[in-house]
Ligand binder design. Structure first.
Ligand code: NAP
Length: 313
């Protein structure tokens, strides 16, 4: 497993991280295996050191699982705070007191004195600008009670707001179908040496290339409302062009999608959203042993392939 430097904070993390939203049952329905702990254990065995969670995933269950399975000396955990599912409808709160109370609870569940990375969980840009939870997290980082702080961002406007507040790290969706946001942020992220956690690298599974044009989702799967029927048909058709990146050592579409993310050196770690040990083994294996993610010829072809698929970069 290759490692990368966590931006200006400087510690080393695995270039693949294991996300736990899909293991929690909250995202895509239940995981494919009853023993989701085994997926976390396998991640460690395969050399993953970075694990992504949130206090609300499985109502704390994913933090508890990571607390149980991970050695705090050899792994790093990213958690996210500020979504309150115990209120109806779920609220977002990023004030210092809410973040302080929730951080304490996360410390206990994760069984770590020092949480490596704490993110505010999808604030709006306005909420982020107004948040004194940011001042609190900065103090925590300064005094070494957390390793780094940052923001999980839904839009590039939120990334700009996070950088205005000097976040150490941002998390953002980044994949072949959703690349423009990160690409437009390149100069600012590079000049501030901000760590970048890329999530949704398979566009919630679409980029694995296993779906037909009329794919249906089960109740409880958040993908049900993500695409219109027409939008999904269009995306599935676009995959035909992306398949041209499958060549040489890049043996599957999902490998091409993952390698596309990893070949951007702005990315600190690609957060995988697997639901089984099989999916995890596949992605770790197919990320390859590098250092190149695509051979020269495929890299040269990349802009043309994506332009042919009408994919905006
Ligand atoms: N706002 C936030 O902070 C936020 C939002 C989203 C995600 N995240 C984090 O990022 C992580 C990943 O996000 P994501 O779930 O959007 O990731 P993703 O990788 O784009 O999508 C996950 C889906 O990809 C499919 N998949 C995974 N491995 C596969 C394989 N080897 N072969 C074929 N299909 C495969 C699975 O689809 P099937 O279910 O169809 O098998 C899975 O449900 C989450 O677990 C979470 O930790 C954070």
């Amino acid at each position: 497993m290759r490692t990368r430097r966590f931006g200006r904070v400087g510690f080393q993390v695995s270039e693949l991280a294991l996300g736990t939203w899909g293991l929690s049952g909250d995202a895509y329905g239940p995981a494919y295996e009853d023993d989701v702990g085994r997926i976390v254990e396998l991640g460690v065995e395969l050399g993953i050191t970075l694990f992504d969670t949130a206090d609300v995933y499985g109502d704390g269950a994913m933090e508890r699982l990571l607390g149980e399975k991970l050695d705090a000396k050899t792994t790093q955990v990213v958690t996210k705070l500020g979504t309150l599912r115990d209120e109806s409808p779920p609220a977002k709160r990023f004030d210092a007191e809410t973040i302080r109370v929730r951080l304490e609870a996360s410390r206990e569940r994760l069984r770590r004195e020092i949480i490596d990375v704490v993110l505010l969980h999808c604030p709006t840009a306005a909420a982020l600008r107004a948040s004194d939870g940011v001042d609190f997290l900065r103090e925590e980082a300064k005094s070494g009670r957390i390793g780094a702080w940052g923001v999980s961002c839904g839009t590039s406007e939120v990334v700009h707001a996070a950088l205005d507040r000097s976040a150490d790290v941002v998390m953002i969706a980044y994949n072949v179908f959703h690349a423009g946001d990160l690409h437009r942020l390149t100069d600012r992220l590079a000049s501030t040496d901000t760590a970048v956690l890329a999530r949704s690298v398979l566009s919630h599974g679409l980029l694995a290339g296993h779906w037909g044009p009329n794919k249906q989702f089960i109740e409880g799967d958040q993908r049900m409302g993500r695409w219109t029927a027409e939008g999904l048909r269009y995306r599935v058709a676009q995959l035909q062009a992306v398949r041209r990146l499958v060549a040489g050592e890049v043996i599957t579409l999902r490998a091409a999608a993952l390698r596309f993310v990893l070949s951007n050196n702005l990315v600190t770690s690609a957060v995988l959203g697997v639901r089984s040990t099989t999916q995890l083994r596949q992605l770790v294996r197919e990320a390859g042993e590098g250092p190149e993610y695509f051979d020269e010829e495929t890299l040269l072809r990349l802009p043309e392939v994506l332009a042919n698929a009408e994919i905006e970069l």
